[in-house]
Design a protein. Sequence first.
Length: 154
Amino acid sequence: MSVTIRELNPNDVQKGLLETLKALAPVEIDPLNGTILARCFVTRRWLPRVHAFVAETEDGYVVGTATLLVIPKLIHHGEPVGQVEDVAVHPDWQGQGIGRRLMLRCIEAARESRCRKVILNCSETNIPFYASLGFRPHEVGMRLDLNYGGAIAE
């Protein structure tokens, strides 16, 4: 069965998007709130430069997703940076090139947005996949988990 890569739309939440995202991490969003969030992405209410893509089967089921955030920068002549987030392929569809096609679409969108570079964070087990697309390890990723109150965790 062939798969089409296209922009996310709010109806994708009801067509397998949440199940596909569970391949990446636990999803604690109910379908109604997920639809509202997807609508915000589509209408660009939160960030004006978000490109969310899905892989859709011929029968309309979402089996993959990836998001590119285009981040404006003050350095390097103001050239933006593309940051890839939430790359996921439904477990039943992994190993069929869907993740690669989604990543190539993100890279294309970064070029169209005149990004200087594309960055992402991944687990060590995913390094060979991203390396096959030309990515290389660079610097060290770090994070700070904040509690929901907005204060820094002590």
